[in-house]
Design a protein around this ligand. Sequence first.
Ligand SMILES: Nc1nc2c(CCNCC3CCCCC3)c3[nH]c(NCCc4ccccc4)nc3cc2c(=O)[nH]1
Length: 374
Amino acid sequence: MGATDFSFHLHARDGAARTGEIRMPRGVIRTPAFMPVGTAATVKGMYPEQVRALGADVVLGNTYHLMLRPGAERVAKLGGLHRFMNWPHPILTDSGGFQVMSLANLRKLTEEGVTFQSHIDGSKHMLSPERSVEIQNLLGSDIVMQLDECVSLPCEDKVAEKAMRLSLRWAERCKAAFGDPAGRALFGIVQGGSVPALRVESARELVAMDLKGYAIGGLAVGEPQDVMLAMIETVEPHLPVEKPRYLMGVGTPDDIVQAVCRGIDMFDCVMPTRAGRHGQIFTRFGRMNLKNAKHADDPRPVDEASSCPATNGWSRAYLHHLVKSEEMLGKMLLTWVNLAYYQELMAGLRAAIAAGRLANFVAQTRDDWARGDS
Ligand SMILES: Nc1nc2c(CCNCC3CCCCC3)c3[nH]c(NCCc4ccccc4)nc3cc2c(=O)[nH]1
């Protein structure tokens, strides 16, 4: 194990919550971490150095989108995804399976993998565990996700079981194809729907494969928050303490706070970037819809206590005007506001866990959200 190989260091715990850091050759990931989504090799509307300045240590890339356009081999020929998008810090890439099932046309799933037609130009493609790992290697990803099958909820137990077992076989094939390259990590993905016994079996089988980290997948797919939290509580005791846990696709600030309290270390979600483009912002006082006419004459900034220029530097009236006018600056500034708040929330969680005062941080934060912005 070289010094800058992949390593995870726990600094403090508070109940089931943990704070620490993942050390990789391209940088350190402070946990709990929120990972902004960079679907098509860009965090939409943001410069890389802006994303970095907010405190993001890692961003997400996407196998599905990049294999279709501009193509994984082309990105590799151009020096890899870090050079391509000018993000020299760690990148985590999803395996593409989830996006195929939610975006592609004419999908056919077999033991071998999934074949589909591009939602962009209808061209035919195939993703197998081996091809997904190859694409992520070509992109130069630091944290590689196994190819898996994620079922939406609610679903019948036998459907969840079939997908969970296929995902386990695919995890083995990803592990074989990935090898053990220095400084890079392969994460497994726990599946099993909302069936505790399936979730436990999936976790135990993946842990036996001795992977570098474990994601909990198959959640935030339509189930209520209490079901999502119950599944985290079911799985968490079966995951090794000394390896990172990543809850895929989550979520709202409240989802993240609740999941951190249950032992999750890493998150990704399109929410802050997508909502920002639609005029929805997240702040210390809760959510605001800047399309709402009540902001039209409000000279106050979103939050003058924030260090983010977009949050403290323009009036709500101006942001409302930009949103109503569908100006591109509106999408940019509100994305900035949201990513700043998400990183501020993660920094607050890390500090609270380190100080052993997570319970009152959570209580205070939820009070602030509930009180809203008088
Ligand atoms: N492999 C895999 N990925 C999953 C993802 C994608 C995570 N984000 C990747 C990221 C890569 C770059 C492009 C964007 C996606 C999920 N996202 C959600 N919920 C989202 C729920 C949601 C939240 C807000 C808005 C829309 C949907 N559940 C997920 C479960 C899984 C899963 O089991 N396996």
